[in-house]
Design a protein around this ligand. Structure first.
Ligand code: GLC
Length: 496
């Protein structure tokens, strides 16, 4: 069987607002990404995923789409998009775009024109809560209510109306015709709500819930798969599926549905060999094609998640987790800035925060701005090279970003950036010559050892050094070894 490109791909998530600003308005844009393609190529990723760049009032950073077939002037033009795809393909990078089918912006023409049968309206609200806090219903002038599982500016579509189906099939074709290699499907377990909209006791992302993951949603992805398969070049889709069960996740990844779904269990697991092993076992038993992700634009950066009172631990663990993730069967999604070892920016001033989660929780929940701070490219300039000289970025960067900039790290063998480059290059050399299957080796408590043919990976999540498993050579480590022993918070790749 030919192995499809996405099976082992390393995909780099670009949060477009925060990657690189070519226009000099303090917000990242498509021409900015285009200028940085050589950096991404050198990093060694296979594909980029672009978060929404469509016309939007930005009530939720672009996840409130007002027009699904254009580019917001903040990010450039459709011409800029086409040029970016062209250049990316030329250097061998695939391009995945975000598609937002659960809801539109309240500025979308359908909502503005009052086409109510395309959204979820009710005479009386039920008890559902918005994921961003507060009730999931907003009242309109005539006294009826519309549903929004996210911000009030994001009305949920009514997928029981065939017009919504038709519209999205056409939107997919629009972007496929412009050469995109795949889609990242936002809130892929949303779309349908249980008939009768019953009250719920628990609104969290569960496999059995009237709010999420209705069986009808699979019909949508079967139709989408047909569209993807009707184009040449192995076009694909990856679903953002939050669920409490690997079995439920697997329902999205079937031969006639999505090729992949994000596996958030890995990102949610604590720093523990036992927890990591359980996630790996559950995932590989459930899905034919696994994905792994440590960070994205919605969660606290993993360097900060793994931090302890000892200031060095967060980064050591982040690098060890990366090396382990890159050794697992399947594909990996990286989030911009993790290759620089960026921490979560936790002390953003309240007036700078823009995530609706912060305002809706009246400041109780900091929200997601801390992982969205614009990238530092250079040591100098007001925005560390993110924008033009003297221009302030849309979120303030901490002074410590100078030290972490790509310029400062490039060429320094001890830097996180060079570690990522080495790991990705070594993975690329190996990945197609090792079996997909993974075999566990006996390991001391607190550590995990597994092997895939030529590659053995060892990670130590415990508190004492452990002896490395048998090997002929050490290929790569996330930190210094202690002779033949693997220190705590460290991982190693060995050849068997
Ligand atoms: C997804 C996105 C998130 C967005 C939400 C609503 O979870 O990743 O950023 O706020 O959907 O569209």
């Amino acid at each position: 069987m030919d192995i499809p490109w996405w099976r082992d791909a390393v995909v780099y998530e670009i949060y477009v607002r925060s990657f690189a600003d070519a226009s000099g308005d303090g917000v990242g844009d498509l021409p900015g990404i285009r200028e940085r393609l050589p950096y991404l190529k050198e990093l060694g990723v296979d594909a980029i995923w672009l978060t929404p760049f469509y016309p939007s009032p930005m009530a939720d950073g672009g996840y409130d789409v007002a027009d699904y077939r254009d580019v917001d002037p903040l990010f450039g033009t459709l011409g800029d998009f086409e040029a970016l795809v062209g250049d990316a393909h030329e250097v061998g990078l695939r391009v995945i775009v975000d598609i937002v089918p659960n809801h539109s912006s309240d500025r979308h023409p359908w909502f503005r024109q009052g086409l109510r049968d395309r959204y979820v309206f009710a005479d009386e609200p039920n008890n559902w809560q918005s994921t961003f806090g507060g009730p999931a219903w907003t009242r309109v002038a005539d006294g009826s209510w519309y549903l929004h599982l996210f911000a009030p500016e994001q009305p949920d579509f009514n997928w029981r109306n065939p017009a919504v189906h038709e519209e999205f099939l056409d939107i997919l074709r629009f972007w496929l015709d412009r050469g995109v290699d795949g889609f990242r499907i936002d809130v892929a377990m949303g779309l349908y709500k249980a008939e009768g909209l019953p009250d719920v006791k628990d609104q969290s992302f569960k496999s059995h819930s009237p709010v999420w993951g209705q069986p009808e949603v699979h019909g949508v992805y079967r139709a989408w798969r047909k569209v993807l398969d009707s184009y040449p070049g192995e076009r694909m889709a990856v679903g953002e599926v939050w669920t409490d069960s690997a079995g439920d996740l697997a329902r999205y990844v079937r031969p006639d549905e999505l090729q992949q779904s994000f596996n958030f269990a890995w990102l949610l697991a604590p720093w523990s060999a036992q927890a990591f092993k359980k996630v790996i076992d559950d995932t590989l038993a459930a899905v034919p094609f696994a994905t792994w992700v440590l960070s994205n634009h919605d969660v606290v950066r993993h360097r900060t998640r793994y931090a302890t009172a000892d200031p060095g631990t967060g980064l050591m663990r982040a690098k060890a987790a990366l090396l382990t993730m890159l050794a697992l069967p399947g594909s990996v999604y990286l989030y911009q800035g993790e290759e620089l070892g960026l921490p979560e920016v936790e002390d953003l001033p309240p007036e700078a925060r823009q995530d609706p989660v912060f305002a809706r929780s009246k400041g109780k929940i900091p929200g997601r701005d801390g992982c969205r701070v614009p990238l530092p490219w250079t040591t100098g300039s007001r925005s560390f090279g993110f924008s033009s000289d003297g221009v302030a970025p849309w979120l303030p960067q901490p002074a410590g970003f100078a030290e972490l900039s790509a310029e400062r790290q490039s060429g320094d063998p001890d830097s996180t950036l060079e570690f990522y480059r080495r790991a990705l290059s070594c993975r690329r050399d190996l990945v197609r010559s090792i079996p997909y299957a993974l075999e566990w080796l006996a390991s001391p408590e607190g550590a995990l050892f597994f092997t895939r043919g030529l590659l053995t990976c060892a990670i130590n999540c415990g508190t004492d050094p452990v002896r490395l498993p048998p090997h002929t050579a050490v290929l790569l480590t996330s930190g210094p070894l202690d002779g033949d022993r693997l220190p705590p918070d460290t991982a190693a790749w060995l050849s068997g």
